[in-house]
Design a protein around this ligand. Structure first.
Ligand code: FUB
Length: 342
């Protein structure tokens, strides 16, 4: 028996060691981590995955999340505190179903939680909720942000204080249904109708000074190759799919995102928050599980990537957040991260 126990332990260790890092919390399933430093502490705003029993399909109905929990830690590998329910779908007056990847920001003494959720007509919109505490609880505004649609808001505040929201996701994220600025409920489930045309773009909008609405129009995030040509839909290894993030390094704007069906994290570099962004490469190989979603954070002179995989459950809709170091090379490129070895 002792031998059997030892064998099991050895097998577990071998399994664990095939991952670059371990889940930061294992009591609940968490995904889509947006990490920020507030008051010298790291706060992580993730999706809270649950087994809702909703059957899996191409629309992502099995990602049927109902609330958010915020996590905090004093340092990257420090103890993680789960602050409990920060916002529940029941308290969002306009929400229908599926609370997906959130983000947060701070301005003028208030914390803002941005979240995508389907409205009562099953159309994804982006809402905002406020709190005086980075860990919540948050109170949702009565309506979604006017002019918002699709999923995965990521809010970036530039060094001049202006804040921008990057958002959008194709397939289950519905971006392909927003041709001509109007939602087409009978539109395609994927982007595969337009393989030889320019790929769908993520969106960017400047936020108003009260952080509750868009200030001006929603623009396309232009993603081009080194010759300045737009990436095409059939370029699945490079085109935008979902999970946008923005960070600034050495004065350059890094637009990072998931390529979705090819499961890479990719980056493109620009000179302005609106782009255009020139595709540079991938910086993380596929994680375990279908989705890949990240955020990038600088603390104490080092850069980190928060991401997720499915190490704890082996199920694509029950994910766990992880963190590892991210390194920029002297020429501004990002070193490749291999999240696990099969
Ligand atoms: O968590 C639901 C969705 O899965 C997110 O919105 C996407 O980015 C993907 O991670």
């Amino acid at each position: 028996q002792a031998n059997q126990k030892k064998e099991k332990e050895t097998a577990n260790t071998a399994k664990k060691s095939s991952y670059l890092s371990q889940p930061i919390i294992s009591k609940i399933y968490t995904a889509d981590p947006s990490a920020h430093v507030f008051n010298g502490k790291i706060y992580v705003y993730p999706s809270h995955d649950i087994e809702a029993g909703t059957p899996e399909n191409d629309n992502g109905d099995h990602f049927d999340m109902r609330d958010y929990h915020i996590l905090s830690m004093d340092s990257v590998n420090g103890k993680v505190t789960d602050h409990g329910v920060a916002l529940s779908i029941k308290d969002i007056p306009w929400a229908g179903r599926q609370l997906w990847a959130p983000d947060a920001a701070f301005k003028n003494g208030t914390y803002y939680l941005y979240f995508p959720v389907k409205d009562k007509s099953d159309v994804f919109r982006i809402g905002v909720a406020t709190s005086k505490n980075p860990a919540g609880p948050f109170k949702a505004e009565p309506e979604p942000i006017k002019g918002s649609f699709s999923i995965d808001p990521a809010v970036f505040t530039d060094t001049d204080g202006a804040s921008y929201m990057y958002f959008g996701g194709i397939w289950g994220g519905q971006l392909q249904r927003w041709d001509n600025g109007k939602y087409d409920a009978n539109g395609s489930k994927t982007d595969s109708q337009k393989e030889n045309e320019p790929a769908l773009s993520a969106k960017v909008a400047k936020l108003s000074s009260d952080m509750l609405s868009f200030d001006g129009e929603v623009k396309d995030v232009q993603l081009v190759d080194k010759q300045g040509k737009a990436l095409l839909t059939n370029d699945h290894d490079r085109r935008f799919f979902e999970g946008a993030w923005m960070h600034k390094f050495n004065g350059k704007y890094y637009f990072t995102y998931s390529t979705g069906d090819t499961h890479y994290l990719a980056y493109a570099i620009g000179d302005k928050p609106y782009g255009p962004f020139v595709y540079e490469g991938t910086f993380m190989k596929p994680v375990q599980g279908w989705t890949t979603h990240h955020s990038i954070l600088e603390i104490k002179g080092k850069w980190y990537i928060f991401y997720h995989d499915t190490q704890l459950s082996g199920k694509t809709h029950l994910r766990n957040v992880k963190v590892t170091e991210l390194k920029h090379n002297a020429d501004g490129t990002i070193q490749m991260i291999e999240p696990w070895v099969e």
